[in-house]
Design a protein around this ligand. Structure first.
Ligand code: MIC
Ligand code: SF4
Length: 637
């Protein structure tokens, strides 16, 4: 049987285990990346491991999320990150340089390598033919210390692309089509591997849009072959020597295959409040729009900005609507400026924002009350924009411009002739905002007053007792557990303070109740913890005494984060038992050496519920120790 690209890269990087689907394997990690809002914690953890420099080929630290400097906190975090980078051999991307995934794709991604990033959209680099995986900060810290990254060997799910996209239909519509078909949990424990004759019609940044948002299916990662288009992109970035060809063998057997004829893909939108709530534009045309935001790690490449510029040229943004544009990188912005393509944006009335995540994570540009906001981003969870009752739709750049010009949801194919855009053979390279890696044992790490010490946890006791502090439904996101937005995100390096906001948008009294009861249990349903990689959504609950989460199923990264901090991720043996447990019930669990089948006593209802705990031996060791950090520390000694 032939091998998929995924298997080929996994095989080359296999550090532990056997590549049998569902079994735990350890992968050697070549590159790591962090961004500021997960990075401060990752580097506090890395420092706690106690080694003198990173052991990876390349580690990068980006600042792109917490960009507002309303007070000292974010600025202090940036300074901390820069000082850590200078000490331990990490490349530092200065604030203002751009969004980690876009910058990484342009300047560092290389076919055949592995990347672990403390951000869930790290799979963007799969567009370059890499295995790029999102993980919690502690897993990235461990990888920087040379530890393999452990994961369940995923199924390799093939997506066969044929045909060619029609004018005004773009890569975003392709991934929305995938989401429409497989939903926000259809990718769990799978790598989405693209193949087929349609692949060559897509450039690397377009592939990056698709692999970026593969994250929304819950996939471990997504990957494209490395081919002539990859070579061309690397050449345009002055990195042709880093190219190598990568393709699946002819007779590869994927676990399943999804066929997509690119010629048949239409402009699509993901309706509020889930990325898989996808509808064709024909069903939604005419809805008045209040805001349009173009950018984010999904749609901010030079290709996307050029299309936006060409479509806006000579036209004005509708007077009832605000249009924002944020480039993914300084490089994209500079290349747009030198060809005169920035000017049409300015003249149209677009509000040009900094090269950063910005409105995507509620850092500025919150929509008006009840607004309809069309965004080229990847997530539209309720409240994520900063306005609880805003209705956020996810769209392509082409659909975004059509709405910006007409003031309502409009099929972009009505904009006339699709403009030709020319991509540069050689980009103007703009690397001045990267500070190269240095190792200086004497360098001082500078910590501001908002950076609190890492909490220490006790080993997990043999019996867990407590109340069900909260019962929630399906698809609870990490934004629900610990929201984004300016105020809360400035507390990312301060666990005692940020823990006050756990579940604050779902239940304003949660923190008070949980701390009064000295912690307890959370009950979730399907796909608990979908969305981001933020380990704070596990670390902060642990800090206030959450002992276990009992759910019907978990999202991959969040489950790993729970284990990393010693919270038991239990699944109902029979899903209907979800109905036999209520908020306020008193529970008791004999952890029984963390066996696979456990019995949960519901003391309030006087019943017993069977639950499962699927942990590898090393995960058991970590849970017993009260978290992964002490286990890694001991190993490094
Ligand atoms: C997101 O898009 O939700 C974030 C903000 O980029 C997160 C990381 C974080 O919470 O800091 C992610 O996707 O992992
Ligand atoms: Fe930033 Fe949004 Fe991408 Fe997250 S999804 S990395 S917040 S641009």
């Amino acid at each position: 049987m032939g091998k998929s690209i995924t298997e080929k890269i996994f095989e080359k990087h296999l550090a532990d285990g056997k590549m049998n689907t569902g079994e735990e394997i350890g992968l050697k990690i070549d590159h790591t990346l962090t961004q500021d809002s997960t990075g401060t914690m990752a580097y506090l953890e890395f420092e706690a491991i106690g080694i003198s420099q990173v052991k990876t080929q390349l580690s990068l630290s980006f600042v792109d999320h917490n960009m507002l400097q309303n007070d000292f906190r974010n600025a202090d975090d940036h300074r901390y990150l820069q000082s850590v980078a200078a000490k331990y051999g990490i490349v530092f991307s200065r604030p203002g340089n751009g969004i980690c995934h876009q910058l990484y794709l342009e300047r560092f991604a290389q076919p055949g390598l592995t990347l672990l990033g403390s951000d869930s959209h790290t799979p963007t680099a799969g567009g370059m033919g890499m295995i790029a995986i999102g993980a919690g900060g502690l897993d990235v810290a461990a990888a920087m210390a040379g530890e393999p990254f452990y994961l369940e060997m995923p199924n390799v799910y093939g997506i066969n692309l044929t045909g060619k996209l029609s004018p005004f239909v773009s890569a975003k519509d392709v991934i929305l089509e995938v989401l429409r078909k497989i939903t926000v949990k259809g990718g769990v424990n799978k790598v989405l591997e693209y193949f087929g004759p349609g692949v060559k019609t897509l450039s690397v940044p377009e592939r990056g849009t698709i692999t970026n948002m593969g994250t929304e299916t819950g996939a471990t990662t997504s990957i494209f072959p490395s081919d002539e288009a990859t070579r061309q992109f690397l050449a345009s970035q002055g990195r042709e020597n880093q190219w190598s060809e990568l393709k699946a063998d002819e007779n590869t057997q994927y676990s399943e295959v999804l066929d997509i004829d690119l010629a048949k893909v239409e402009p699509l939108l993901a309706m509020p409040h889930s990325p898989d709530n996808v509808k064709p534009i024909s069903e939604l045309e005419g809805i008045p729009v209040d805001q349009v935001c173009i950018g984010s790690c999904t749609n901010s490449s030079l290709r996307d900005l050029k299309i936006v510029s060409a479509l806006l040229k000579g036209r004005k943004v509708h007077e009832n609507l605000s249009l924002t544009v944020s480039a993914g990188s300084r490089q994209a912005m500079e290349n747009l400026a030198v060809t005169g393509e920035l000017e049409p944006l300015i003249q149209s009335g677009a509000r040009i924002l900094e090269n950063s995540c910005g409105p995507c994570i509620g850092i500025g540009q919150a929509p008006t009350t009840g607004a309809v906001s069309l965004r080229t981003f990847n997530r539209n969870f309720k409240g994520r924009s900063g306005t609880q009752d805003a209705k956020v739709y996810l769209v392509s750049p082409e659909t975004a411009v059509a709405a910006a010009l007409t003031g309502k949801i409009t099929d972009p194919r009505k904009l006339g002739v699709f403009p030709e855009i020319a991509m540069p053979e050689k980009f103007i390279l703009s690397d001045a905002m990267f500070i190269p890696a240095t190792v200086d044992p004497n360098a001082k790490v500078i910590m501001g007053p908002n950076i609190a010490p890492l909490p220490q946890f006790q080993p997990t006791p043999a019996q867990l007792n407590g109340e069900v502090l909260l019962k929630v439904g399906d698809n609870i996101t990490t934004d629900d557990i610990l929201p984004g937005g300016t105020d809360i995100m400035s507390l990312r390096s301060n666990i005692p303070e940020i823990s006050k906001y756990i579940f604050c948008r779902i239940d304003a009294n949660f923190y008070q109740r949980a701390t009064q009861k000295h912690g307890g249990f959370i009950v979730g349903a399907e796909n608990y913890g979908q969305g981001s990689s933020r380990e704070h959504a596990a670390l902060a609950p642990k800090y206030i005494g959450v002992k276990a989460v009992i759910a019907k199923s978990f999202a991959r990264i969040h489950m790993a984060n729970l284990i990393n901090f010693g919270i038991l991720p239990l699944t109902f043996a029979a899903k209907q038992d979800y109905d036999n447990i209520d908020q306020g019930d008193m529970l008791e669990l004999e952890t029984n050496q963390l066996a696979e089948n456990l019995t949960l006593k519901n003391k309030t209802k006087n019943t017993e519920i069977k639950v499962n705990l699927n942990l590898s031996n090393q995960e058991k060791e970590q849970i017993k120790a009260g978290g992964k950090l002490s286990v890694i520390k001991a190993k490094q000694k």
